[in-house]
Design a binder for this molecule. Structure first.
Ligand SMILES: Nc1ncnc2c1ncn2[C@@H]1O[C@H](COP(=O)(O)OP(=O)(O)O)[C@@H](O)[C@H]1O
Ligand SMILES: [Mg+2]
Length: 248
């Protein structure tokens, strides 16, 4: 049982305060949806927890099972059991998906898996996600479709088995195929009970496929309303307008 706790987090980008007191707790086995209008600071929250150097924590705390996440290096955060989906979005010519995943697994587990065992593990993970075997030899992120990016993301979850996964579903590339892949992956992890998922999204439609246990509405750099799955239905029907008015 693991707990990610975000307490009164304030974050600035280039001296501009973006996050203004975020409070959020995610436990393993729970699926949380963080939803809000564009520009409300959702990705800033994800980047700040990931340790992106552009995002300055001005006050507040983030802990994983009581351990101070913010004082850890990016690699240490991964090893502690945090998974940030957009951590490696770059195209890397000459590095295959298979090589990348083996390095990621090595970093998180602290030792390199035997090649044969890893190859088998990778094949099982890919089969479970209906990924073609040739995918493993492709260059990392090069020409990936929206659906392929998402399959790769869920494959990483499968192999790294993080305690807490933060998936920032940016508004690009989420076609129907990608939506389906993310939803199935998240639902499977939720059912597994070992990983806590924080699904960040602008779109309410993903919640037709994913049933979150908790929904948090984000506006103006903080959580402004919380509820269960019924809140997602309300957002889909009414949109974010009344929150953006309130926080402006
Ligand atoms: N790297 C950055 N440089 C400058 N401004 C940024 C950066 N990241 C975020 N911001 C600003 O912070 C605000 C929130 O952005 P973001 O976190 O991307 O919102 P969301 O993900 O909810 O759409 C916006 O006003 C955006 O311009
Ligand atoms: Mg965003």
């Amino acid at each position: 049982m693991s707990t990610l706790e975000i307490r009164d987090l304030h974050v600035a980008v280039e001296d501009k305060e973006i996050l203004r007191g975020v409070n959020l707790t995610v436990r393993s086995g729970e699926t949380h949806a963080l939803m809000g209008p564009n520009g409300s600071g959702k990705s800033t929250l994800a980047y700040a927890i990931a340790g992106h150097p552009k995002y300055t924590i001005t006050s507040g705390a983030v802990t994983l099972d009581g351990e101070d996440v913010l004082s850890l290096t990016v690699d240490e955060r991964a090893r502690a059991g945090l998974f940030l989906a957009m951590q490696y979005p770059v195209e890397v010519p000459g590095v295959s998906v298979s090589n990348f995943l083996r390095s990621a697994v090595t970093a998180v587990r602290g030792e390199a898996p035997k090649l044969r065992a890893f190859t088998k593990e990778l094949k099982q993970g890919m089969d479970a996600l209906s990924i073609d075997a040739s995918f493993a030899q492709r260059n990392l992120n090069e020409g990936f479709s929206g659906g392929e990016k998402k399959r790769h993301e869920i494959l990483q979850l499968e192999l790294l088995k993080p305690k807490i996964a933060i998936l920032d579903e940016t508004d690009s590339g989420l076609d129907v195929d990608a939506l389906r892949v993310v939803s199935e992956g998240v639902n499977r992890f939720g059912a597994g009970g070992e990983t806590g998922v924080l699904l960040i999204t602008h779109y309410t439609r993903i919640l037709r496929y994913v049933k979150p246990d908790f929904v948090h509405v984000f506006a103006g750099g903080r959580v402004v309303e919380e509820g269960g799955p019924e809140l997602a239905d309300k957002l889909e029907a009414e949109g974010y307008e009344r929150y953006t008015k309130a926080s402006a």
